[in-house]
Design a binder for this molecule. Structure first.
Ligand SMILES: [Zn+2]
Length: 340
C-alpha cells in the first residue's frame, strides 16, 4: 500500500510547507507547478519556503502528454515537485514527477476530485482525457482558507466524485460475485463510509465555508486511501465513471468529472436496485447536477454515453455488463429523470 506520508488540512496550511518538506527529509531544489489561475499561490509558496528551499515556479497550460514531458524536462535537476492547483496542474505535475523519478507534493486549491490525493492522473491524449497511473503524493497540503475561496461548483463536483463510490463499491462486489474478482472489505467499507458522510451532511455543504471544505477534503483523501488499500481505483470508480468518461468522449462540451459521475451514480444505483432517489436528493441538497439539463448536455448525448460506457475499461466488470440496448438506456435515463 502506498499512502501519503503527511496530510495537513487547516487554515493557512501552506505556511507550513517548508516544515512538511523537512519532515519528509527532502533536500535540494524544488519545482513548483501551478495553473494559470493558481500562479499566485505557487509564487506565494516559493516565497514561504525561500529561507530553506530554492524553487522555481512554472505555469502549466494544459493537462496533456506534451505538457507532462515539458514539466518532467524542467524537473531533471530538481528533488521534488509541488503541484499547486485544482485539476490540471495537479494531474500534470503528478505524472511529470513519475517521469522525473522524484516525489510529488499535492497542494490543492480546489477539492473537485479525488486526484488531489490519489495515485492517478487524468491526462488528455489525442484530445480525450485518460486516467493514467502516476504515483501517490508523498504529502497533501490542503489549505482550507484557499480551497474555500474556490468556486462552489468545484467543491460540488468533489462531492459528486465521492458519491460515485456508492455504485463503484456495488460494481466491485458484483465483479467479485460474478467474476471472482479480488475484493477488499477494508477498502470497500472505507469507500462506502466516505459516501455516507457526504449523504449525512449534504444539507450542510455550503459555499465558502471552511467546515464544508474540511468535510469534502477528508472524504476525498479517505477515498484515495481506499484506492491505495485496494491497489486499484475499484473502490472509487465503477459504471458511473465509465458513463462519465464516455460522456467526455461524446459531448462536445462535457461538464466537470465529478458532476458527470454524480448523474451517472443516480442511474447506476437504479440499475443496482439501490437508493437512487436518496442519492438524487442528497445531490440536490448539495446543489449538484441531477439531470442532462443541469450538466448542459443533450438527452441524446446521455443515451449515447450510456450505450458507449461498456467500451471504457472493458476489463472492469460492472452492472453495465455487456452493455445496454437503446431501449434500456432510454428507459433508465427517463425512469431516473435524467432525461425527460
Ligand atoms: Zn473520479
Amino acid at each position: 500500500m502506498l499512502l501519503p506520508r503527511v496530510v495537513v488540512m487547516e487554515h493557512d496550511a501552506i505556511y507550513g510547507t517548508a516544515n512538511v518538506l523537512q519532515e519528509l527529509k527532502l533536500d535540494g531544489e524544488g519545482l513548483i507547478a501551478c495553473g494559470p489561475n493558481t500562479c499566485k499561490f505557487g509564487k506565494k509558496i516559493e516565497d514561504i519556503i525561500a529561507d530553506k528551499y530554492a524553487a522555481t515556479t512554472l505555469t502549466i497550460r494544459s493537462a496533456t502528454i506534451e505538457e507532462v514531458e515539458h514539466v518532467a524536462n524542467q524537473a531533471t535537476d530538481k528533488s521534488f515537485i509541488i503541484g499547486v492547483g485544482g485539476g490540471k496542474s495537479i494531474d500534470t505535475a503528478k505524472l511529470a514527477s513519475v517521469k522525473a523519478k522524484i516525489p510529488f507534493i499535492s497542494v490543492p486549491t480546489a477539492a473537485s476530485h479525488d486526484g488531489i490525493a490519489s495515485s492517478r492522473s487524468s491526462i488528455h491524449c489525442k484530445d480525450k482525457p485518460h486516467s493514467i497511473e502516476a504515483q501517490t503524493p508523498l504529502a497533501v497540503i490542503a489549505d482550507t482558507k484557499i480551497i474555500a475561496q474556490a468556486p462552489q461548483r468545484l467543491l460540488i463536483a468533489g462531492c459528486g466524485d465521492i458519491i460515485s463510490n456508492y455504485t463503484a463499491v456495488k460494481d466491485w462486489d458484483l465483479a467479485r460475485k460474478l467474476k471472482g474478482e479480488e475484493f477488499s472489505e477494508y477498502a470497500a467499507t472505507l469507500s462506502q463510509m466516505t459516501t455516507q458522510i457526504i449523504f449525512n451532511y449534504s444539507a450542510q455543504i455550503k459555499p465558502n465555508l471552511e467546515d464544508s471544505v474540511r468535510l469534502v477534503v477528508k472524504a476525498l483523501v479517505s477515498s484515495s486511501v481506499a484506492m491505495s488499500i485496494a491497489g486499484s481505483s475499484r473502490p472509487a470508480s465503477g459504471s458511473e465513471h465509465k458513463f462519465s468518461h464516455a460522456l467526455d468522449q461524446i459531448a462536445p462540451k462535457p461538464a466537470l468529472h465529478g458532476e458527470q459521475c454524480a448523474v451517472g451514480t443516480i442511474m447506476m444505483a437504479y440499475l443496482h436496485g439501490g437508493d437512487w432517489q436518496g442519492i438524487r436528493q442528497s445531490l440536490e441538497n448539495i446543489g449538484a447536477p441531477v439531470d442532462a439539463k443541469d450538466l448542459g448536455v443533450d438527452d441524446e448525448q446521455i443515451i449515447e454515453a450510456l450505450l458507449y460506457a461498456k467500451n471504457i475499461r472493458p476489463e472492469r466488470y460492472t452492472i453495465l455488463g455487456e452493455g445496454l440496448t437503446r431501449k434500456a438506456a432510454e428507459d433508465l435515463a427517463k425512469a431516473t429523470m435524467v432525461i425527460e
